[in-house]
Design a protein around this ligand. Structure first.
Ligand SMILES: Nc1ncnc2c1ncn2[C@@H]1O[C@H](COP(=O)(O)OP(=O)(O)OP(=O)(O)O)[C@@H](O)[C@H]1O
Length: 356
């Protein structure tokens, strides 16, 4: 099952023209510069914009088809919509706000208790929105959206108004929704660190058009896309905790084709986690260089080379026994090492971020 979304909408200076198939599970991130049409696309999905051409099918149900004259009105679409700023009713306490969401539906897909527990808002139920922090307000807004029993959750930069600390507090709740509920989410974000942590599927939008749509790990590794070449270009690897080294206080994270050691973490063996390795933190050597202090080095093959944003640098796409990696090195080093596609090299990894 999938979500099919095809919309064409023309405004004076802007045309949205997308044709997407999104998975019906997990989080699909919509990523793109300001004005690329992310909010407009969400509004089309919610039925808040009338597109010139439109097809929207969710779980095999047609919600909109211009050709067939089908247009399910916004309030009839089983959608939960969470905005940048939580729009809670100020005169109702948290319980009242949640109950309001529940009244809209007869068919319950997420139970009250489940929503309250997933978002950790039990102790907030008697408070008014004015007495909540920005992060708490957003958690309540997400719980309220879940209690409308949505078949699809739309999140439009739900953390944009929050500071770094508050964002870090909310991320685990979003991860729990992703892992424990079967409600697909479309998540708009400007922040690649959020996308890298949360998303399973990545859609890149630019000037109203889709420039890429695919599984996150594969899409981030594509050298032909601007995400790879940007300052924050890099890959995400899904790994599991393989071993703890109590002598050196290191944790080994395993993934197909290799492993990486990070500073010891209190994570259970077998625990699923996600790593992010930025291209700027990967260098290339022709030999394993065991006389270096770098902890992590992986044998890899060069798949492709491409220009980086800065003329001094080049991007290198690597295949580390099935796991894609990106490296950003100087053009000078590329020439000195005579790097070409197909060569076997060693990828030296200087820094790894553990995302979850
Ligand atoms: N109500 C509107 N009337 C006319 N033009 C609009 C309207 N809302 C948005 N636009 C224009 O449509 C284009 C897409 O806007 P949209 O808000 O979808 O982009 P976005 O990718 O969500 O941007 P941001 O990341 O800044 O929120 C922009 O050029 C914007 O100026």
């Amino acid at each position: 099952m999938s979500i099919q979304a095809r919309f064409r909408l023309a405004r004076q200076d802007f045309v949205l023209d997308v044709d997407l198939i999104l998975p019906e599970q997990g989080i699909s991130a919509l990523f793109g510069p300001s004005g690329s049409g992310k909010t407009t696309l969400l509004r089309c999905i919610a039925g808040l914009e009338r597109a010139d051409q439109a097809v929207l099918e969710v779980s095999g149900n047609c919600w909109e088809s211009r050709q067939q004259g089908i247009f399910l009105r916004p309030h009839r679409r089983p959608i939960g919509y969470v905005f940048q700023e939580a729009s809670l009713f100020p005169h109702l306490d948290v319980r009242g706000n949640l109950e309001y969401g529940m009244k809209r539906t007869a068919q319950r897909r997420v139970a009250w208790r489940q929503a309250v527990e997933l978002l950790g808002i039990e102790s907030l139920l008697d408070r008014r929105p004015e007495n909540l922090s920005g992060g708490e307000r957003q958690r309540v807004a997400i719980a309220r959206a879940l209690l409308t029993s949505p078949r699809l959750l739309l999140l439009d930069e739900p953390m944009a108004a929050l500071d770094y600390q508050r964002r870090q507090e909310i991320l685990p709740y979003l991860e729990r929704l992703r892992d424990e509920l079967s409600v697909p989410m479309i998540y708009v974000s400007h922040a690649m660190d959020e996308v890298a942590r949360l998303a399973d599927h990545l859609v890149l939008l630019d000037q109203g058009r889709v420039t890429a749509s695919g599984p996150l790990t594969q899409t981030l590794a594509r050298l032909d896309l601007p995400t790879a070449r940007s300052e924050e270009g890099g890959v995400v690897i899904d790994a599991t905790v393989g071993a703890h080294d109590d002598i050196y206080h290191l944790t080994r994270l395993d993934f197909p084709g290799g492993n990486i050691r990070v500073t010891g973490r209190p994570l259970a063996l077998g625990h699923a986690t996600r790593l992010r390795i930025l291209a700027r933190d990967v260098s290339i050597a022709l030999s394993p260089q065991e006389d270096s202090s770098i902890l992590n080095r992986l044998p890899a093959r060069i798949v492709a080379l491409a220009d980086a944003e800065h003329p001094a640098q080049v991007m290198v796409a690597l295949d580390a026994r099935g796991t894609p990696l990106l490296a950003r090195i100087t053009r000078r080093s590329r020439d000195q090492l005579a790097l070409v596609p197909g060569m076997n090299i060693w990828a030296q990894i200087k820094a790894v971020a553990l995302l979850a």
